[in-house]
Design a protein around this ligand. Structure first.
Ligand code: G6P
Length: 488
């Protein structure tokens, strides 16, 4: 790792994200920690050579002080510091402002028609809770901060955090990274508090996105809504250049490679091979979220079956839909719609021997997931919008022997990196996705080999560790770069 040399021996990286890499779960009288899902956790696992501390919400409401102490102690062993948010704040901030307002807006789904729903109150209450939560994160960071530390804030939950941190420590190195798309400024401008949010983020020293387009949209929002001047490096805000840059995330490819060598995983691979011996398997692995285009995926598969009746016993769509944010009404509605559609397709095209769609509302353990990635013929990613989509990378990492085909939505950030080795689709064009399924199932071995080589090179050479190191080094260097720029 380059980090110890660059940052110095005493520096720590404080990772601040809404969700900690582990989630606290009540188990009888005790509390247990379970791994959280999400790309950030796995991406940062690969960072070595420097002390990493996590600050975040433990994922449960813990009103009791004694329970808080138990959890804090358990988290300490994982290098995590909890920010305990009470239930009301979680409802208004996390469920409300983050997941019902920012998340859909950033994924081009607009703002909700009605800000009020079962638990969330009006926009103002949700925004106040958002500020309050960001302030609480800031207090926790400040309570452990030392001068040499680098503070790296993550995602749309914490857009006000840089401002709160800088108010207390103006010299703190603060970076912010968005893991979702940043939408066109024409869409972003609909947000009632659009300016305040931008200004709060602009207190950072470095602002990072997964793709160049997201960075460009952010710069446009700054120029059009705040009247800032833009430069090659970023925008000028309150007399200094705030750097804005694209840093595409990656995965730790070797973790998957090693897993595939484990006897337990090999056994699972054999087991799945036997299970699906007579059929081609198309795999979908997604959080059960509207951005993943699950309805569009099922509709496309239905169309494919309609047009290829002879395939109905020869192919299966295996969809792992990992439950997520089930408190938000939109997510509940989506689950019913998808279940209904899956039932329709299975009813129409199922036979006494087979069921065309095998849909699970579950998360799988890592070994099982690796085995599935390895044995399946096609991976189908139909995101309507997706910051990056690391499932596509993970699939490639596990396909060294099979060389399956990736069908990838043009609206996933990953399409910018894996575009030349995948069938790129517009998930709204159901007929085209159906045709792509057919093309993928019939692709020649030579072409699969060629595409896989291309993808594998990219996935294995752009590791999560590189991503984190590039970002942290750039953040570390920001002060010096600023001085030079402003002298020009
Ligand atoms: C996305 C977001 C992450 C989030 C993850 C899981 O990947 O970018 O910030 O942690 O989804 O969602 P959740 O709401 O369960 O944390």
């Amino acid at each position: 790792s380059r980090l110890p040399d660059i940052l110095g021996p005493d520096a720590r990286i404080l990772i601040v994200a809404n969700r900690l890499p582990v989630t606290a779960k009540h188990n009888g009288d005790d509390w247990e920690l379970a791994p959280s899902s999400g790309g950030l956790v796995s991406a940062l696992q690969g960072v070595t050579g420097v002390e990493l501390m996590w600050i975040g919400w433990p994922g449960a409401s813990v009103p009791d002080k004694q329970d808080q102490t138990i959890i804090t102690d358990k988290l300490k062993a994982e290098r995590c510091i909890p920010v305990f948010l009470d239930e009301e704040v979680v409802d208004q901030y996390y469920t409300g402002y983050c997941n019902n307002i920012l998340w859909p807006l950033f994924h081009y789904m607009g703002l909700p028609q009605d800000y009020k729903f079962k638990k969330a109150k009006d926009f103002k209450s949700q925004l106040e809770a958002y500020e309050k939560a960001n302030q609480m994160f800031s207090n926790t960071v400040c309570s452990i901060y030392k001068e040499e530390d680098i503070v790296w804030c993550h995602d749309y939950h914490l857009m006000m955090l840089p401002m709160f941190l800088k108010k207390i420590h103006s010299n703190m190195k603060v970076g912010w990274f968005l893991h979702t798309p940043f939408p066109s400024s024409e869409l972003y401008r609909a947000l009632p508090n659009r300016r305040d949010l931008l200004k709060a983020v602009l207190e950072s020293d470095l602002i990072g996105f997964h793709t160049y387009d997201y960075a460009r949209h952010f710069v446009s929002a700054c120029t059009s809504l705040l009247g800032l001047e833009s430069y090659l490096e970023g925008v000028k805000f309150e007399g200094r250049i705030v750097k804005i840059e694209a840093f595409p995330i990656g995965i730790d490819c070797s973790k998957f490679k090693h897993a595939l060598e484990l006897p337990g995983v090999q056994e699972k691979i054999d087991e799945f091979r036997r299970l699906f011996a007579e059929r081609k398997v198309m795999l979908g692995v997604d959080r059960f979220d509207m951005i993943k285009g699950l309805l569009q995926k099922v509709l496309a598969f239905e169309k494919f079956l309609e047009e290829n009746m002879h395939m109905k016993e020869k192919v299966v769509l295996l969809q792992i839909a990992v439950p997520t944010r089930s408190e938000v009404p939109e997510y509940q509605k989506l689950a019913s719609q998808v279940h209904e559609l899956v039932a329709r397709v299975n009813g129409r095209f199922g036979t006494l021997k087979t069921t065309p769609i095998h849909h699970l509302d579950q998360s799988l353990d890592f070994d099982t997931l690796c085995a599935l990635y390895a044995v399946t013929d096609v991976a189908l990613v139909t995101s309507l919008r997706d910051g990056m989509n690391l499932v596509s990378y993970e699939y490639v990492a596990c396909q060294e022997s099979k060389k399956g085909v990736l069908i990838l939505s043009e609206f996933a950030g990953a399409a910018q990196s894996l575009g030349a080795g995948a069938i790129i689709v517009n998930p709204w064009n159901v007929a085209d996705v159906a045709k792509s399924i057919n093309d993928a199932l019939h692709m020649s071995a030579d072409k699969r080999e060629e595409w896989h080589r291309h993808n594998y090179k990219l996935v294995s050479e752009h590791s999560a560790q590189d991503w984190a190191e590039d970002y942290v080094c750039e953040l570390h260097n920001t002060g010096t770069a600023n001085k030079t720029l402003l002298q020009i």
